[in-house]
Design a protein around this ligand. Structure first.
Ligand SMILES: [Zn+2]
Length: 486
């Protein structure tokens, strides 16, 4: 049954680390079908006209005539809708009207008086504060006070979601970020605090506070490792998932022990096992091409303690995945779906961002702590398809959450734009995936637990528009086709 086990492990790894770009189950029969659909889509939508237009735009771009390049690209790229304007953040209550001041004063006075009665707390504190935040979302101290007050009354989830909404609206505000980190640390979520600090540091490298957040991120990360150590080292059952995930029975390293060696060591162990079990593409030209782009984007991202690695796997499912420590894998099915270097760079930047923000590492840590290993161990030991399927579906729920996907998008698109690529590279790949979804070739179980590509597209549109990123940069259609011929 060795072969069966290997397939199971491959599936497990895929399930553990696939990001939302995964829209298909790794079922061989379906996969073949998928490739055909992808090809049809390409022939219909990205035939000679699109290619020729982009080729011409690239020619002007390379000559430095960015205006002309933009003009040409606009012929085949419909404009995005204007985003709803986000009001500029405001810290001064005096700049708002009397109603805002009334909400603020009423709540503050009641907080001082600290009423006992729950109804009174709701009516005198939370109602005015929630009205303040709803009606004056630009007033940042309102969000902070509401989060603090939820915290004061022991409503942790509400406190966090309040500050997260504010952080999403005003990601550049240090006061919001500091409050978010403070709450995450208070609620014993040091890795999440580390990710938040890192997200700021790499999203705003020009900020004078960037270096401080980066060092804070490392400090919180160490805190997380201590927490992990105390939670996992006492549990022997965890050996099961560790061995299964890294395929390394000889060493008998548990998942917890593996994680304690850090992100790079964890990623490397899993990557080596993954490579040994997969059909790897060894075409030197293709590998050199994706490695050049990957390394350039990783450098722009700024987290330089990783040994980044970019690999291609023979697999027709359109997928890409990021292991901890910057080990990135592209499926041939994903490369076939794409038509330009900007699209490749879009997916690449998104995946590198997952690694930079420790998303895979976090997910493994959650599995270790939640003892997911127990089920997995019995599933593998028994070699029973039903148990394995159960384990698979349990882990599918643990795919990167919507907020992690957004984080990777935000950071990824910043770097995509900074690299001179058309900032809608990832968007265009999403459009192709959405087209495939529309053809109904997607497992319903996956769709039900993930935001559909179209939702992602709307969000990416808004992101590109509000940040003013350039959709009409280098597209690189010829460079891409030279390496991945049609
Ligand atoms: Zn993702």
């Amino acid at each position: 049954m060795i072969e069966f086990k290997q397939i199971t492990r491959n599936k497990l790894l895929l399930v553990l680390f696939s990001c939302i770009l995964t829209l298909f189950l790794s079922n061989r029969a379906n996969s073949q079908n998928t490739t055909t659909l992808a090809q049809n889509f390409l022939n219909i939508n990205y035939g000679g006209n699109y290619y020729a237009t982009m080729l011409e735009a690239d020619r002007f771009y390379k000559q430095g005539d960015l205006q002309k390049a933009k003009q040409i690209q606009k012929q085949v790229k419909p404009d995005f809708p204007e985003p709803d304007p986000v009001p500029a953040a405001e810290s001064d209550l005096a700049k708002l009207d009397g109603t805002a001041k009334q909400y603020w004063d009423t709540a503050n006075q009641a907080i001082q008086e600290d009423p006992d009665d729950d109804d009174e707390v709701d009516a005198r504190i939370f109602e005015p504060l929630e009205s303040l935040v709803d009606n004056y979302p630009q007033f940042v101290p309102g969000h902070i006070l509401l989060a603090d007050t939820y915290d004061l009354y022991g409503a942790e989830d509400e406190a966090l979601s309040t500050i997260e909404i504010a952080a999403e609206k005003y990601p550049e505000r240090n006061d919001v970020l500091d409050k978010r980190i403070e709450l995450l640390l208070a609620y014993d979520q040091p890795l999440e605090a580390s990710i938040a600090a890192r997200e700021f540091a790499y999203s705003y490298p020009e900020s004078p506070k960037s270096a401080a957040y980066q060092s804070d991120a490392n400090e919180y990360f160490q805190k997380y490792q201590k927490q992990l150590k105390s939670k996992v080292t006492t549990s022997s059952i965890l050996g099961g998932i560790g061995q299964a995930a890294i395929g390394n029975e000889e060493q008998g390293l548990s998942l917890g022990q593996m994680l304690l060696q850090g992100e790079s060591a964890t990623g490397e162990a899993i990557a080596n096992s993954y490579k040994a079990q997969s059909s790897m593409v060894s075409d030197g030209t293709q590998l050199e091409y994706i490695r050049g782009i990957g390394n350039k984007l990783a450098e722009l991202m700024g987290r330089d303690e990783f040994e980044y690695e970019f690999n291609i796997i023979n697999d027709p499912t359109p997928n890409a995945l990021a292991l901890p420590g910057g080990k990135i894998f592209f499926h041939t099915g994903m490369l076939e779906l794409m038509d330009s270097e900007a699209e490749l760079a879009g997916v690449m930047a998104h995946e590198v961002a997952h690694a930079v923000l420790s998303h895979g590492y976090k997910k493994l840590g959650e599995s270790a702590i939640a003892n997911t290993g127990t089920n997995l161990l019995s599933g593998l030991a028994g070699d029973r398809a039903t148990s394995v399927a159960e384990v698979g579906s349990t882990l599918l729920d643990k795919q990167f959450s919507r907020d992690k996907e957004k984080q990777a998008d935000v950071l990824g698109i910043r770097v995509l734009d900074a690299g001179g690529y058309s900032a809608d590279g990832l968007y265009n790949v999403m459009a192709k995936l959405a087209q495939l979804e529309g053809k109904g070739n997607i497992a319903k179980s996956l769709l039900s637990s993930h935001p559909a590509s179209e939702t992602r597209m709307e969000y990416l549109e808004e992101l590109i528009q509000t940040k003013g990123y350039n959709r009409y940069g280098y597209e690189g259609v010829e460079a891409y086709r030279n390496v991945f011929p049609r």
